[in-house]
Design a protein around this ligand. Structure first.
Ligand code: PEP
Ligand code: MN
Length: 349
């Protein structure tokens, strides 16, 4: 990773470093951080001669040689000071909450509009709504592109940014063109490296963020962070890690709640952690406790399914969506706990 002395390289300087690394079979990928741009050397960057030549350039501050499979997302990376802004806040500075329906019902848009208003009222910073749905059962509702208009209308009505899951390249373009600020990669696609690459390419040099769910098939923590690295490596490090329950399930819960991996993630990566308690436990009555546990473990935020009338919802909403009053109370308590943590136990010194 090349760290320039200035905020970014001039086009002439970029040409010069590109020419040097090309001689050694590598490429340069600019990574645009909040304050400055750094330049990843893509390829085998261990050649001492190449490093010496780069270090010899007077506009190069230093070459960061972290030996890590996720050198951009690694806590030791120069990007560790990068901050992600979403919904009017900087993640890490305030508890971030994204909430809304699992699945937007295209036949009943008012449920989503009312839910969006209730989510805003409850103190969330962004709205979630599933347009395209990965469903285990092929005969159930799979989502509908028409719901994208409903999602964006809810965003206009509330003034809040929106998050939606993309499952294929066509969805990425549709969502970005519509103005979706946060693309969600679901648990089923978190190991789909071609989709991760496509998302990375599509959002390079944009302010778009990605909410990357943890796959139930992911083993070590490093596999999760490496999936985030796939996206960041194309130039946009706005990747948020989202534990959402894993296997084997605990009898009675939908998955095995995994908010407890938050401190482990935070030891290895600077990426913010936004826990999804809804898919983790899978039942509305268990969600508030799981949300608070996530905050106690040090999460930077929560992704919660909510609906004005869960019984009238589709997808996961009838079983796991919180009603507006429960959502509001959960967010209130979660924010209090976050403040308590920040000033006391486990607080950063
Ligand atoms: C969802 O957020 O509605 C969803 C399908 O989540 P996951 O990918 O975590 O199952
Ligand atoms: Mn869902």
């Amino acid at each position: 990773m090349i760290l320039p002395k200035t905020n970014r390289l001039t086009p002439e300087q970029l040409n010069e470093v590109t020419a040097i690394v090309t001689e050694f079979g590598c490429k340069i990928q600019p990574i645009i951080g909040a304050v400055r741009t750094i330049y990843a050397i893509v390829g085998d960057e261990r050649d001492e001669l190449m490093i010496n030549r780069l270090e010899g350039l007077d506009y190069v501050d230093r070459i960061d040689r972290i030996q890590s499979p996720f050198k951009l997302m690694d806590k030791r990376s120069d990007l560790a000071s990068h901050r992600i802004k979403l919904g009017g806040i900087v993640l890490g500075e305030e508890l971030f909450v994204v909430a809304g329906a699992c699945t937007i019902d295209p036949k009943n848009p008012n449920y989503f509009y009312e839910t969006a208003h209730a989510v805003k009222e409850a103190g969330a910073h962004a709205i979630r709504g599933g347009v395209w749905k990965p469903r285990t059962n092929p005969y159930t509702f799979q989502g509908d592109t028409k719901s994208l208009d409903i999602l964006m209308e809810a965003s206009r009505r509330t003034g809040l940014p929106v998050d939606t899951e993309v499952m294929e390249e066509a969805h990425i373009k549709l969502a970005l063109d519509a103005g979706v600020c946060c693309l969600q990669i679901g648990a089923r696609n978190a190991l789909n490296y071609s989709l991760l690459r496509a998302v990375g390419k599509a959002i390079a040099e944009r302010e778009t963020a990605v909410l990357l769910k943890r796959s139930i098939h992911m083993g070590p923590i490093s596999e999760f962070i490496s999936a985030a690295e796939y996206i960041a490596a194309f130039g946009n490090p706005n990747v948020i890690l989202c534990p959402r329950g894993t296997t084997p399930t605990i009898d009675g819960y939908r998955n095995h709640p995994d908010e407890s991996i938050t401190p482990l993630l935070k030891e290895k990566t600077w990426a913010p952690v936004v826990v999804d308690p809804s898919h983790s436990v899978g039942k509305a009555s268990y969600v508030p406790a799981c949300a608070l546990a996530a905050v106690a473990y040090g999460a930077d935020g929560l992704c919660i399914e909510a609906h004005v009338e869960p019984a009238k919802g589709i997808g996961d909403d009838p079983k796991q969506a919180l009603t507006p009053p429960v959502l509001a109370e959960t967010i209130r308590q979660a924010k209090q706990l976050w403040q308590l943590r920040r000033g006391g136990i486990g607080a950063k010194k």
